[in-house]
Design a protein around this ligand. Structure first.
Ligand code: CP
Length: 309
């Protein structure tokens, strides 16, 4: 039976650890310290990206190349989606070309899952609406483990637009599976216990609207972009940087071992100051990008490794 990779939620700890270990094993290839693999020799992966992307899209393309395969990317501009063709029809047509797997980014929460029910080949979620961004979740966990080791009991703060963030949702799922303590931080309009993402408040998940009260306790801080394309700017004040931004002054209060993550793209001067992004010793933002290639290789290997498609 074909398998898909649609979300972190619901993975067992062993399944998650196995993917993280595989991603870490791929790191020397992602860094070009070892030659590429040949697993996908002669095979084609389809990237269907119907929301803008720099990191995820190029990272999947690079991951396929590092596994010896070929990849094509379809975007809204220049494809027949502009003539009204829907996601499922697009995916069925791409499947009919004989590709080995489909990677999907879409504004529709649950869109990749809908496609997965209709095609016979593996589907990978590259970010669906406000739902999940599971390969981002993997790369975030790889980055955290690289610097912090075992994440059980570690205190990870996720700051900002939790309400609209699929990145936060996948990170929250993965971190709690691994036994970390997640503190969701932001203005009440963007972080509150009524939101579906944070209904699992328990010993491992808490909320605060006061970043300054806990910044010194964090082992890592993950900053989120305010997602203006999903209407988030209507719920924040002009004081966002002052209250929630990682300013130079605030960054000095982080523990010496604490690291700083951001999924990108960064809004410099809003959620993070230039000097912090460029000079702080705990910054791991570009390291996350490198880990993205290794993590996406691991997912492709996991889904296509024993497939004959
Ligand atoms: N982190 C992330 O999803 O970035 P892109 O939107 O550029 O892919």
């Amino acid at each position: 039976m074909k398998r898909d990779f649609l979300k972190i939620e619901g993975l067992s700890q062993n399944e998650l650890l196995s993917l993280l270990d595989a991603a870490e094993a791929n790191l020397p290839i992602a860094e070009q310290k070892q030659p590429r693999k040949s697993l996908l020799d002669g095979r084609v992966v389809a990237n269907l990206f119907f929301e803008d992307s720099t990191r995820t899209r190029c990272s999947f393309e690079t991951a396929v190349h590092r596994l010896g395969g070929q990849v094509f990317t379809l975007t809204s501009a220049g494809s027949s989606t502009s003539k009204g063709e829907g996601l499922i029809d697009t995916a069925l047509n791409v499947e009919a070309m004989g590709v080995g797997a489909i990677v999907i980014r879409t504004i529709i929460s649950g869109g990749p899952a809908m496609v997965a029910k209709r095609v016979r080949i593996p589907v990978i979620n590259a970010g669906d609406g406000r739902h999940e961004h599971p390969t981002q979740g993997l790369l975030d966990l790889v980055t955290l483990r690289e610097s912090l080791g075992n994440l059980a009991g570690k205190r990870i703060g996720i700051v900002g637009d939790i309400a609209n963030s699929r990145v936060a949702h996948s990170a929250l799922q993965g971190l709690t599976i691994l036994g970390a303590h997640v503190i969701l931080i932001g203005p009440p309009t963007l972080v509150n216990s009524n939101q579906s993402k944070v209904t699992k408040l328990n010993d491992h998940v808490s909320i605060t609207h006061d970043l300054d009260s806990i910044i010194e306790q964090l082992d890592a801080i993950m900053l989120l972009r305010i997602q203006t394309e999903r209407g988030a700017n209507t719920g924040i004040s002009d004081d966002y940087r002052t209250i929630y931004g990682l300013t130079q002054e605030r960054a000095k209060r982080l523990q010496p071992h604490a690291i700083v993550l951001h999924p990108g793209p960064m809004n410099r001067g809003i959620e993070i100051d230039d000097t912090v992004a460029d000079e702080h010793g705990g910054i791991r933002i570009l390291r996350q990008v490198t880990h993205g290639v290794a993590a996406r290789m691991a997912v492709l290997e996991n889904l296509l490794g024993s497939s004959k498609v």
